[in-house]
Design a protein around this ligand. Structure first.
Ligand SMILES: [Zn+2]
Length: 156
């Protein structure tokens, strides 16, 4: 069919191209397809990324605190980290050493209690307990020896 046809007065007139008219239903469908595609593109772009639940900023997976707003994201990890710092900074006290020296059994108990997490506390307690045991042995042994000596002295 020709692009032009004769009008009523014999002049050539351009034929109106029929504009494809979408139904409201088809339009709605097209819009939801577009939306789905947009969402899919966003999901693909964000695959593997994590976002702060407070400020929405991108954060590293496994992060305990948001680098943008300092929101605590993993309180358990924070507490564990604080415990590790406290364990590292812990120092043996004079009271612990005196107790370990005077009561070697208690000293060994402290050693067992702290050796896993605070070896810098556990080892001095063990040393104090061992020295305490030696000193005890010497003192008790000396006392027994002295006692026996005084008992036996008249017979020498
Ligand atoms: Zn944040």
């Amino acid at each position: 069919m020709s692009e032009y046809q004769f009008g009523t007065q014999g002049q050539q007139q351009p034929v109106q191209q029929p504009v494809p008219q979408q139904s409201a239903y088809a339009q709605q469908q097209q819009e939801s397809v577009n939306l789905a595609e947009r969402q899919m593109r966003v999901r693909q772009a964000n695959a593997g990324k994590r976002f702060c639940r407070n400020c929405g900023g991108e954060i590293q997976s496994g992060a305990s605190v948001c680098v943008h707003c300092n929101t605590v994201l993993n309180p358990v990890a924070i507490r564990r980290a604080q415990e590790i710092v406290m364990d590292r900074q812990a120092k043996v006290t004079r009271e612990m050493l005196i107790k370990s020296f005077l009561r070697p059994r208690k000293g060994m108990k402290l050693y067992k209690q702290y050796i896993d997490r605070r070896p810098q506390v556990a080892m001095p307690c063990k040393k104090a307990a061992i020295i305490g045991r030696i000193v005890r042995g010497v003192v008790i042994g000396g006392a027994v020896a002295f006692f026996l000596f005084t008992q036996l002295y008249p017979y020498f």
